[in-house]
Design a protein around this ligand. Structure first.
Ligand SMILES: Nc1ncnc2c1ncn2[C@@H]1O[C@H](COP(=O)(O)OP(=O)(O)O)[C@@H](O)[C@H]1O
Ligand SMILES: [Mg+2]
Length: 366
């Protein structure tokens, strides 16, 4: 297994007189044995990044290094990176066992050794009982596992998964997430997992890298991204339900610095107010997570009144959609409360849970 490092990598696709700058100045390190997820909306450059690591696409500039050695000019076979796609592409005339063992057979690994390695991985993926079956007799989840086993059997330098859970839903998706996590723990492999679904990334990774329009916006643990998102985009992308945002002005009201939208004024911490006072800007975007809008007071909370619009039950919690004047926003509440549309409600927040972003650059200020 290997450390994978991208250094100032760019990818520009040329075609029909048009250029697409798909990946911009990307610096990313995935340490040996680390599980990193690359997340971002469709079209942000995730697959392009993976294809450059695997060698299916050439970087326009920058360096791709495995354990410090530049691999830009190596073809995919020489890089020995395994990639699993959403489509499993199994050989229909081979049994699951033959499918999994095929990469070893192609390399001339003796039958005994092949058998041992196939059974080891099949054990990990809990597919030993279906090894004799052909792909057309397998369920989607079983095929996905056979395909994972086939990708892993080469003991690749790194293992790369591009939206592999795209067509898998519900219970099976949960099971596959669990399998991937367990595989990573038992194989100690370097894994790079791409998804547009932040929940998958959070469930699996040591670290999450957020791409937006071809750029790396932030990489960090789930808690780092959740607690200190570098930009409004990250605050919006990480966390469920999404963060509430308000366009505000920083104003002095009764001697206190307040962040005022038309129909609501939120109080930042004294430290944040001091920081904002020292800046020329007066316009900001405030973010507050639904988890941080509380229905009961706690130490140090500040309250404001709103009206309930919609109440959705989510098992042990509820999502409340609320309004105040022309503003609409969401709060998470316990499921026990009795919430009815058009009823008044008092909400509580802690000033330290207010995130302030620059209105232009959208970077986090405080
Ligand atoms: N072979 C290609 N030729 C031209 N443009 C491409 C090609 N592949 C991807 N793109 C463009 O590059 C950008 C990033 O695509 P991609 O890496 O597939 O994003 P993602 O996997 O995050 O959805 C998109 O604008 C896409 O249309
Ligand atoms: Mg993609």
């Amino acid at each position: 297994m290997a450390e994978v490092r991208l250094s100032e990598v760019n990818k520009v696709y040329e075609g029909r007189g048009q250029q697409v700058h798909a990946v911009r100045d990307l610096d990313l390190v995935v340490e040996d044995g680390e599980f990193v997820s690359i997340v971002g909306p469709s079209g942000c450059g995730k697959s392009t990044t993976l294809r450059m690591i695997v060698g299916l696409e050439k970087a326009t500039s920058g360096q791709i290094l495995f354990n410090g050695d530049m691999v830009n000019d190596l073809d995919p076979q020489e890089r020995n990176v395994a990639m699993a796609f959403e489509n499993y592409a199994l050989y229909p005339n081979f049994s699951a066992e033959e499918n999994i063992g095929f990469p070893l057979e192609a390399r001339g690994v003796p039958k005994q050794e092949r058998r041992r390695r196939v059974h080891e991985l099949a054990g990990l993926l809990q597919i030993e009982n279906i090894l004799h079956q052909h792909p057309n007799t397998l369920s989607g989840g079983q095929k996905q596992r056979v395909s994972l086993a086939r990708a892993l059997i080469r003991e690749p330098a790194a293992f790369i998964l591009d939206e592999v859970l795209g067509h898998v839903d519900g219970h099976l998706r949960f099971q596959m997430l669990f399998d991937l996590k367990r595989l990573h723990q038992s194989l100690d492999s370097t894994m790079i997992f791409v998804t547009h679904d932040q929940m998958e990334a959070i469930a699996l990774s040591d670290r999450i890298a957020v791409l937006h329009q071809g750029r790396l916006v932030q990489s960090g643990t789930r808690d780092e991204l959740y607690d200190t998102p570098a930009t409004r985009f990250v605050a919006d992308f990480i966390g469920e339900p999404p963060t509430n945002f308000f366009d505000v002005r920083f104003v002095e009201e009764d001697g206190e610095g307040m962040l005022r939208a038309d129909d609501i004024a939120l109080r930042p911490t004294a430290e944040t107010a001091a920081r904002l006072r020292s800046r020329d800007d007066r316009r900001y975007v405030v973010g507050i997570r639904p988890q941080n809008l509380l229905c009961t007071p706690r130490a140090g909370t500040i309250s404001f009144d709103a009206t309930i619009d919609i109440h959705e039950y989510l098992g042990e919690r509820s999502i409340l959609t609320l309004r105040r004047g022309g503003l609409s926003f969401q709060a998470l509440a316990s499921a026990e409360g009795s919430w009815a549309a058009d009823e008044p409600i008092t909400l509580y927040y802690r000033p330290e849970d207010i995130m302030v972003f620059d209105a232009e650059s959208e970077a986090l200020i405080a």
